[in-house]
Design a protein around this ligand. Structure first.
Ligand SMILES: Cc1cc2nc3c(=O)[nH]c(=O)nc-3n(C[C@H](O)[C@H](O)[C@H](O)COP(=O)(O)O)c2cc1C
Length: 192
């Protein structure tokens, strides 16, 4: 939270889906090319994190320690997630829990965050999006209120047969606006 504002800001990119052919993953990777040059996305994985168990804090798993450090050094976060059963996927919730502890050492504290959600259906992962914002709020992370990015009908976000082609122009435009707004949101919150 102290980066000079003339430098690209370091943004930890967290993807809520673990599967290889994930639409969220494809969208997140497209975002790396669509961010303004004032932001640099750095992917931080969640798939290797052991399930949160406070008993393990006596000797925290190496994956927890690495995740906490990776988030702590970021100027902000960008989370791209699908919706699972009207909430966020379990691996993402686990990552939030791991980063929030031990008590008093919450790595999300004060971080600006862009929340993007996606679903195969019509609602764009709205329930996951809002559940995630709820958890981030209690951790004193600063979710960008607007513009929202809730991408519906995941299979239509990309052109070509079965979405094998490039991002559809309307999706590209919406993502570009969202990322530029995130850049402005982060710079509003970061003290140089
Ligand atoms: C366990 C599970 C639960 C799901 N629950 C929802 C849901 O609540 N709402 C929804 O719109 N889609 C739901 N879906 C469908 C996902 O939107 C769809 O599978 C999406 O492509 C997953 O994102 P990904 O491609 O990034 O992995 C669910 C999928 C799975 C595997």
């Amino acid at each position: 939270m102290t980066a000079p504002t003339s430098q690209p800001l370091d943004v930890a990119l967290i993807i809520g889906s673990l599967r290889r052919a994930s639409w969220s993953r494809r969208v997140a990777h497209e975002m790396k090319a669509l961010v303004p040059p004032t932001l640099a996305l750095r992917e931080v994985g969640t798939g290797e994190l052991p399930l949160y168990n406070e008993d393990l804090e006596a000797s925290p798993p190496a994956a927890w320690t690495a995740f906490r450090a990776d988030v702590r050094r970021a100027d902000g976060l960008l989370i791209v997630t699908p919706e699972y059963n009207r909430s966020m996927p379990g691996n993402l919730k686990n990552a939030i829990d791991v980063g929030s502890r031990p008590s008093g050492r919450n790595v999300f504290d004060g971080k600006p965050v862009g929340v993007a959600s996606l679903s195969a259906g019509l609602l764009g992962g709205m329930a996951a999006n809002h559940d995630l914002r709820k958890s981030l709020a209690v951790l004193n992370a600063m979710s960008m209120p607007q513009p929202e990015l809730m991408l519906s009908r995941a299979a239509t976000l990309f052109e070509g047969d079965a979405g094998a082609g490039p991002l559809a122009p309307t999706t590209r435009e919406a993502i570009g606006k969202f990322l530029h707004a995130l850049d402005a949101w982060m710079r509003r919150l970061i003290v140089a």
